[in-house]
Design a protein around this ligand. Structure first.
Ligand code: KIV
Length: 278
């Protein structure tokens, strides 16, 4: 079976079929996500926070992203894998943006890249797309600009900010983006933007009117609890499961209950006897 293509993603919007995207950062998890049939997997720079323990996504490097994207690509057969371009790998120049987008496709083997920003990055998006690399846009709350935004807060509430977001979305569509993430945007504004665009919108904290939804996998699994965003629903509480398994292992090693014969290996008695006789 071939991987999902960007044309199929666009067709999902045309057919009114909701699009699901989920992040993954490692082989074992991505394999499950792919087997379930999630069509879009984002190797998000959110890995800086949920995998590497940074306070923001800003310290994440190209090498971090390539390393994790390669693992996700190796694990998957069907999903379209999107690599997230980290801070300062596309902002400085069109050449930088192109070279780094190319590394995602050529070295990591993913099928598309994502970058943050609207009107200000539109020319970079256009060049990357012209060179044959599909681009997903990302507007609204753009975590790489957290210092400029002044915190993880809802975007596009004032008339000026709402109008800017619509202009950003239209600029990305015009530049050739195949879809756009709308993050932490009022639901009615996200609905209006989704209706104005021919390409799909993928919302996170942007309400049900988007063409699809994306979540950070650790948020839906309950495996990262430093903070739980309002937009996330926990479908499991993995931290509780992991804590119990680790403490059971800890006490069983101490008590001698682990390992048993079942987890051990035997050998020929005569070899042992010979050794003892020496
Ligand atoms: O890095 C990420 O995981 C993202 C999603 C939240 C859209 O950008």
């Amino acid at each position: 079976m071939m991987r999902i293509s960007i044309n199929q993603v666009r067709e999902m919007k045309q057919n009114g079929e909701k699009i699901t995207m989920l992040t993954s950062y490692d082989y074992a998890t991505a394999k499950i996500v792919d087997e379930v049939g999630i069509p879009l997997i984002l190797v998000g720079d959110s890995l800086g926070m949920v995998v590497l323990g940074y306070e923001s996504t800003i310290p994440v490097t190209m090498e971090d992203m390539l390393h994790h994207t390669k693992a996700v690509v190796r694990a998957t057969k069907n999903a379209l894998v999107v690599g997230d371009m980290p801070f300062m790998t596309y902002q400085v120049s069109v050449e930088d943006a192109l070279r780094n987008a190319g590394r995602f496709i050529q070295e990591a083997g993913c099928q598309a890249v994502k970058l943050e920003g609207g009107v200000t990055v539109a020319e970079k998006v256009r060049r990357i797309v012209q060179c044959g690399i599909p681009v997903m846009g990302h507007i609204g709350l753009t975590p790489q600009s957290i210092n400029q935004l002044g915190g993880y807060r809802i975007q596009g509430r004032s008339p000026e900010a709402a109008s800017r977001l619509l202009q950003d979305a239209l600029a990305l569509e015009d530049a050739g983006a195949f879809s756009i993430v709308l993050e932490t945007v009022p639901a009615p504004l996200a609905t209006l933007i989704s209706q104005r665009l021919t390409i799909p919108t993928i919302g996170i904290g942007a309400g049900a009117g988007c063409d699809g939804q994306v979540q950070v996998i650790n948020d839906i699994l309950g495996s990262f609890t430093d903070f739980v965003p309002k937009h996330a629903r926990q479908y499991a509480k993995l931290t509780d499961v992991i804590r119990k398994a680790v403490s059971d292992y800890f006490s069983e090693v101490k008590s001698g209950a682990f390992p048993t014969d079942k987890q051990s290996f035997t050998m020929d008695e005569s070899v042992l006897a010979e050794l003892k006789a020496k």
